[in-house]
Design a protein around this ligand. Structure first.
Ligand SMILES: *Cc1c(COP(=O)(O)O)cnc(C)c1O
Length: 659
């Protein structure tokens, strides 16, 4: 391959983080440095859109008269529109400055120019990705985004292969997680429905328990056999058999009806670590399983504890309690910690031996794009040593094993609107084998096209059949697609972004250790969990204090300086951060004791401890051009402000998170 001058050298120790000129063109920039570039693109493609309109039927006369703008009502309308737009624009100045390297709060940062420009370009065409009839171009782009993400994760991304993965966009990670639950339930219940319908000649499992625990791969294979058998039937028989099986499916009977019809089976459980995002609670509620079925598994250092998971699975197998799925979190929302995905797969393999099978889903809403660091341009996995050569600590062997194992899971949630640096409204669901999606289809079209194996792209053009939403932004899909084309999802392209931010996190972590030593006479400063990705938490407590309530009051006064305050101008704030809590009931006694002891806090009752949470996703945290490290500045700001904190303050209850 010829050397590409736009790319950094493939090898070499760049751990210290030198300037990467490619990153300069990626964003509008903290100061709007790339304003001319974005403006040129927006104007150019807006004009292009207008020409497209004019060239549709140029013989049609203009419907709006050239004199229309002189009419008083036209002018009044324009005036009203302008006034409202000015007000909106003024009000939006109170927005969070996500673009700034001084913003290290929630999971938001600057937007990738290719994604932003592509979305702005596509908006006036207003494609609706519910179906290709309303989005002849962008539906295909969305399906291709699914393939781009599949390749990043290590799934099969060749549509010519029968077991190719499939992915689609959602409004966000919440809906993608919901889609994972929906698909897992459809797959689990399908073999049971086939048995109930008395589908012969299919070599079905012996009983309902075995059918409910058939496992994803065998279920996909069974579905294929069933469809192939249907295809051999004359049309009337085919329709009759189809109706017979449909009548037994959980999607038809509802959860209550299905389980009433199969008394040995119970509602299946969803196993997720205590760090799981609250979308999992929403998901089990939406699906009608109920929160009782969501079992939170303990962690070690905020990483799923595989021993605890195994214990839980032992209990489920013994009590004949089915499991719908086990969730591994790749980048927890509160701490950025990464679960041992490989360990979860091993636990499933072990559980399978005892007849308890389930889906493994990875909630990588936050950490999904970190996978680009581990991918070569040809889609192969990089050796750990190559990845590690670019960092100080990253990636630990455990972390590497987690990313290397992604291809063995059943489905993954990734949020392009988080570490993909795309506008909000873009989450993604990716499943390992696209054939399973037939079970989610609203209409079983395959019944009527059974003979003709359909082309992969064609199959998914009526996207609305498969997704939880209906009408959906095609412009958003175009944005994600173009961003991934300009920055392919490998370590030499897109990977430069997570590289910069993980490096920044390493520097932040080292700086935090130094800070801890510098202020040791006055303050306990601890990083409660070593960062796995680009999210760091800081726990602080004045040395003179041993009470948890006082520690929380202190942190709350500090957070006052770091939190959004709509009554003050933005500029008053030096930095924006966020907070989270450590909950002893979730953390467990040993971990709680370890952290409280390190902070000099008397082991307290069950009250949570407030800590600072910093999302370090802005690739400009270290400004090489001007030799400014915002990390360094932050650690100048912290002691300076702590020394000036009011000594007493009201410890209001903190509000909820925003991610
Ligand atoms: C952000 C997040 C979600 C929810 O995603 P939304 O896009 O906010 O709906 C789910 N899981 C994890 C781990 C997250 O970080």
């Amino acid at each position: 391959m010829p050397a590409d001058p736009a790319l950094p050298p493939a090898a070499g120790n760049r751990a210290r983080g030198t300037r990467e000129p490619m990153l300069d063109a990626c964003f509008l920039g903290p100061y709007g440095e790339n304003d001319a570039l974005l403006e040129k693109l927006v104007v150019e493609f807006l004009r292009d859109h207008v020409y497209w309109r004019r060239n549709f039927h140029p013989e049609d006369p203009p419907a709006i008269a050239t004199t229309a703008a002189q009419h008083p009502q036209y002018q009044a309308f324009e005036a009203r529109m302008r006034r409202e737009l000015h007000q909106l624009s003024a009000a939006l100045k109170r927005s969070m400055p996500f673009h700034s390297p001084r913003y290290i709060g929630h999971m938001a940062s600057d937007l990738l120019l290719p994604g932003l420009a592509a979305q702005m370009l596509a908006l006036p065409y207003n494609p609706n990705n519910v179906t290709d009839e309303a989005a002849p171009v962008t539906v295909d782009l969305e399906v291709k985004v699914g393939l781009q993400l599949a390749r990043m994760l290590g799934y099969v991304d060749d549509p010519a292969r029968a077991d190719c993965a499939f992915g689609h966009l959602t409004s966000g990670g919440t809906l993608a997680n919901y889609q994972a639950l929906r698909l897992a339930l459809a797959m689990k219940a399908f073999p049971v429905a086939l048995r109930a319908a008395g589908a012969a000649d299919l070599d079905l499992p012996d009983d309902d328990w075995a059918a409910f625990n058939l496992g994803n791969a065998s279920t996909t294979e069974l579905l294929g056999r069933w469809q192939a058998w249907l295809a051999t039937q004359p049309p009337q028989e085919r329709a009759r058999w189809h109706a017979r099986v449909e009548a037994q499916r959980i999607e038809q009977l509802g959860i209550a009806g299905f389980f009433a019809a199969h008394p040995p089976l119970r509602l299946p459980r969803v196993l997720a670590p205590i760090t799981a995002h609250y979308s999992w609670s929403k998901g089990v509620k939406m699906l009608g399983l109920g929160r009782d079925q969501l079992e939170l598994v303990p962690t070690r250092g905020m990483r799923l504890d595989i021993d605890a998971l195994n214990e839980c699975l032992d209990r489920c197998a013994r009590d004949r309690e089915p499991v719908l799925m086990a969730v591994a979190v790749l980048g927890s929302t509160e701490y950025g910690t990464i679960d041992p995905v490989d360990g979860v797969l091993a636990a499933r393999a072990r559980s399978r031996q005892r007849g308890l099978d389930f889906a493994v889903h990875v909630d990588a809403a936050w950490g999904g794009y970190l996978a680009t660091l581990f991918r070569n341009e040809d889609g192969s996995l990089r050796p750990r040593a190559d990845v590690a050569a670019e960092f100080e600590y990253f990636p630990s062997p455990e972390l590497y094993a987690a990313f290397a194992a992604l291809g063995g899971t059943d489905s993954v949630t990734v949020d392009p609107h988080k570490l993909g640096y795309l506008p909000f409204g873009s989450g993604a669901f990716v499943c390992r084998d696209h054939r399973a999606m037939d079970l989610l289809a609203e209409r079983a079209d395959y019944i009527f096209h059974a003979q003709a194996p359909r082309d992969y792209m064609e199959r998914f053009r009526s996207l609305g059949q498969f997704i939880p939403e209906g009408s959906k932004s095609g412009a958003a899909a175009a944005g994600v697609y173009v961003a991934h084309k300009v920055l392919p999802l490998d370590h030499r392209h897109f990977g430069r972004l997570p590289h910069a931010t993980v490096r920044a996190t390493e520097i932040f972590y080292e700086r935090a250790q130094r800070f801890s030593a510098e202020v040791a006479d006055r303050l306990h400063v601890r990083v409660p969990f070593e960062p796995d990705s680009n999210l760091v938490c800081l726990a602080l407590n004045p040395r003179s204090n041993r009470s948890l309530a006082q520690a929380n009051a202190f942190l709350w006064r500090l957070y006052d300086l770091l939190r959004p305050d709509t009554h003050q101008p933005l500029q008053v704030k030096e930095f924006f951060g966020s907070v989270t809590t450590l909950r002893p009931d979730l953390l467990g006694a040993a971990e709680t004791a370890r952290i409280y002891r390190s902070l000099g806090i008397d082991s307290a009752p069950d009250d949570p401890l407030l800590i600072l949470r910093h999302t370090l996703m802005n690739p400009q945290l270290i400004d090489h051009e001007n030799d400014i490290s915002y990390i360094h500045r932050h650690f100048q700001f912290l002691p300076h402000s702590i020394d000036r904190l009011p000594t007493a303050g009201t410890a209001d209850a903190p509000g909820g998170g925003a991610d």
